[in-house]
Ligand binder design. Structure first.
Ligand code: PXP
Length: 240
């Protein structure tokens, strides 16, 4: 299983003062040096963390696969088309949300997604759709020609009741099996941390995890290199 590290919150800290520190590219280099398989970032419509110039610098300097999270927004999709990352992950976006709150309604947004899917794929960009662990959404993703789905693990991560958590984990497992049967590549992420990632890692058909907030938070105490290494040890099922 691969780990792509989401570095949005390095930029969140930088934007707190709108200066240069902490340097985002330096952080990306550190993440790569620690052994991560890729770098993820989300250029939001409101530019609250990652800025336009960041994505061009990352494209120029980072040799590992980039995963560009984006909303169904023409301006942002045009930037994705200029950058040509390995992956475009399409996510829903609401201005007032603190973070992405749920999966994309692939069924309801089919036409809008398809409008952007072909130009992305024509450029050789692989497209992943961020979805809830629901078969009908996964089926719709397959139907419109997505390369991958990213299963939203946020609800699983937030649940405290052990029975409900187990239920959500089972939904994720069934969704992964269903997506695999349909020939989709499977990513997963949101809310994963140094405790709850173990159960997700045991779902073997997931190809890649996208993890950000917990790694950047841990980095405050142990440094980014060590925080990434510790998460890699979990994701690669290695003893620390
Ligand atoms: N996957 C998607 C689609 C996301 O939007 C985010 C948050 O930007 C993540 C994964 C990473 O979530 P977290 O920061 O909670 O690890």
């Amino acid at each position: 299983m691969k780990l792509s590290v989401n570095i949005d919150h390095v930029a969140t800290l930088r934007q707190a003062r709108k200066g240069k520190d902490p340097d985002l590219l330096q952080a990306a280099f550190e993440v790569v040096k620690a052994g991560a398989d890729g770098i993820t970032f989300h250029l939001r419509e409101d530019r609250r963390h990652i800025q336009d110039e960041d994505v061009y610098i990352l494209k120029k300097e980072i040799k590992k696969p980039l995963n560009f999270e984006c909303a169904l927004n023409e301006e942002i999709i045009n930037i994705v088309l200029n950058i040509v990352p390995e992956w475009a992950t399409i996510v829903p976006e609401r201005r007032e949300e603190l973070t992405t709150e749920g999966g994309l309604d692939v069924i309801g947004l089919k036409d809008k997604i398809m409008k952007y899917l072909s130009p992305l794929k024509d450029k050789g960009i692989k497209v992943s759709l961020f979805v809830e662990p629901e078969k009908n959404q996964i089926e719709a993703a397959k139907e419109i020609g997505a390369d991958a789905i990213e299963i939203h693990t946020g609800n699983y991560a937030n649940l405290i009741d052990p029975f409900k958590k187990e239920e959500e984990l089972n939904k994720i497992k069934e969704s992964v099996a269903f997506a695999k049967k349909n020939g989709l590549i499977i990513h997963a992420g949101h809310g994963l941390n140094y405790e709850n990632t173990y159960d997700i890692v045991n779902i073997k058909d997931i190809d890649e995890l996208s993890i950000g907030h917990s790694i950047i938070s841990r980095a405050v105490f142990v440094g980014l290199y060590t925080a990434v290494k510790e998460m890699i040890n979990i994701v690669k099922n290695k003893k620390a």
